[in-house]
Design a protein around this ligand. Structure first.
Ligand code: DGL
Length: 273
């Protein structure tokens, strides 16, 4: 099926931007987006009831992202940010091939980490699906240069963030399990390749030491989003009350953590798909 070409002239600049993740990790990207684009409205989808995505089959992730993107389009969004490395690794190409609005993704920041590493040894922490994806393998092949890349799949960590447990005994035990070998390998840059992990930054630094730089691309993604809107002339010029609407699967059960992570999250609706 041929999809209609994207026509920026038909886009309403006052339309919101859609943001999606399997859960609360994408809030780390939403925060950067709101700083970069303070006049925009956002619609944020968190698929908490079906998280984690990072251990699910690729076909499942593609289909779930497609359903959520269709829902966002029905909400009238002017572009979509995949605030999820797993979704970008597995579904971005197929979504872009079948939807005509701009879709911005997020990828582990291997390139800047390798370029800035002095020890030429970097770590990447991400979900199993991201680490095993063809897209990630190609990223490492293209941008690691002389650096040795220690790629670590870290199942269980996103669930800690979803529970709001950023430094409890269970979280710290898991972090030690994944990070101790990286510390021993002498990495000087650690790429946070899952949008949930910035919420664990303090705990990670307490294990890795403050000489290890944590790199996450939330701000870079926000800057790319701004550029795309500028190029298409679809940036919003004024907004008296910029808003964020939240759609959450399992909203009742999961909203407690949202309230801890996003002060003043007033507008929360059930994501029914
Ligand atoms: N926040 C996610 C990412 O950036 C996905 C976590 C998950 O659902 O496993 O990959």
């Amino acid at each position: 099926m041929t999809i209609p070409a994207f026509n920026p002239l038909l886009v309403d600049p006052t339309a919101p931007i859609g943001v999606l993740d399997s859960g609360w990790g994408g809030l780390s990207v939403l925060k950067a987006l709101r700083q970069e684009l303070p006049l925009e409205d956002f619609v944020y989808c968190a698929d908490c009831a079906r998280a984690p995505w990072g251990d699910k089959p690729s076909t499942w992730i593609v289909e779930r992202c497609r359903q959520i993107c269709r829902m966002l389009v029905a909400q009238g969004v002017k572009s979509i940010v995949l605030a999820c490395n797993t979704a970008t690794a597995e579904a971005a190409d197929s979504l872009r091939a079948t939807m005509s609005l701009p879709i911005i993704g997020i990828e582990p920041a291997v390139k800047p980490a390798a370029a800035r590493s002095k020890t030429l040894s970097i770590g990447v922490l991400a979900t199993t699906r991201t680490i095993q994806s063809a897209r990630y393998c190609s990223l490492v092949a293209r941008f690691a240069n002389d650096a040795v890349v220690h790629s670590v799949a870290a199942p269980g960590l996103m669930e800690c963030v979803e529970r709001g447990d950023f430094d409890g005994p269970e979280t710290m035990a898991l972090l030690h399990h994944y990070l101790d070998p990286l510390r021993e390998a002498g990495v000087d840059k650690l790429v946070l390749g899952c949008t949930h992990y910035p919420f664990l930054a303090d705990a990670i630094t307490s294990i890795m030491g403050d000489r290890v730089e944590l790199i996450e691309p939330g701000h870079a993604v926000a800057a790319v989003t701004r550029r795309r809107l500028e190029q298409n002339n679809t940036l919003r010029a004024a907004n008296a009350a910029p808003s964020v609407r939240f759609f959450v699967s399992g909203a009742r059960e999961h909203s407690g953590v949202l309230n801890r992570l996003w002060a003043g999250a007033a507008c929360v609706e059930e994501l029914v798909l």
